[in-house]
Design a protein around this ligand. Sequence first.
Ligand code: UTP
Length: 295
Amino acid sequence: MGQQKKLRKAVFPVAGLGTRFLPATKAVPKEMLTVVDKPVIQYVVDEAAEAGIEHFVFITGRGKGVIEDYFDIQFELEQTLKARNKNAELTLLSGLLPVAGSASFTRQQEPLGLGHAVWCSRDIVGQEPFALLLPDMIMRGDKGCMKGMVELYNKTGGNIVAVEECAPDQAHKYGIVGVGEALEGGFKITEMVEKPAKGTAPSNFFINGRYILQPEIFKILETQERGAGNEIQLTDGMLKLAKHQDFAGYHFKGDTYDCGAKDGFILANVAFAIEREDIRSQIEEPLKAILAALK
Ligand code: UTP
């Protein structure tokens, strides 16, 4: 490991409106929608924990209180489970509980953009590097995406952005990075372009929603400059930071499900359900029948 400060904290911005999932998100945060039997946010917190993160910082907003409750004990439920000798369920619940004092919650009063949500974590994060995980992206690979990023960070320091490849004709939909010198486990990022005009993308590597950032980003985000969609954009802040600090790309190889969109959410449910022996045997034939009826 180099001289870089240890990565201890991860930020989860969960204050967005989730308009793509209305009407459900009128009453349920999209991060609490379930993939098989766990809320989406649990998969993302697990990915951070697997990478060695010790403190989990949630940027919440109005109507998101249920997320805070989810990461607490549910006294009555647990007493009832105990009384009924439901030990497997009790073990499951206690295994998912963050260690006391290792989760912090702060509010973004208005959803002014991802950059603003990240800025809201400045006092809790302090002068340390931090991981940022978009909580509606579930990633599945032989190695967790954040775990791979931390390994790269321990060699390079600086800022790390996870990327994946998209079809070149789809690059205009994403934040795209330019690929420079190869590093062990990654590459130097030469430029970042948010939604490049068709045919102008510097590569087909898109930013997939996992970051390791240095705390200097907070000073930049403090200026509260509005960008695309009149929102305070994280990408604008990263572009400014990249003038003074290195950014490396970590090429994540695995499956990513954008659970903030209906297609990604449904695919995640099918993919994770099929992996579970108990469920697979129940749904395999009916699923095949549904797909066969499409032809
Ligand atoms: P998205 O744009 O994907 O989420 O932001 P959204 O705004 O909730 O969803 P739609 O587009 O209306 O359906 C990416 C992540 O950043 C968070 C969101 O909660 C989401 O997890 N976010 C976004 C905030 O926390 N605050 C914001 O002001 C904006």
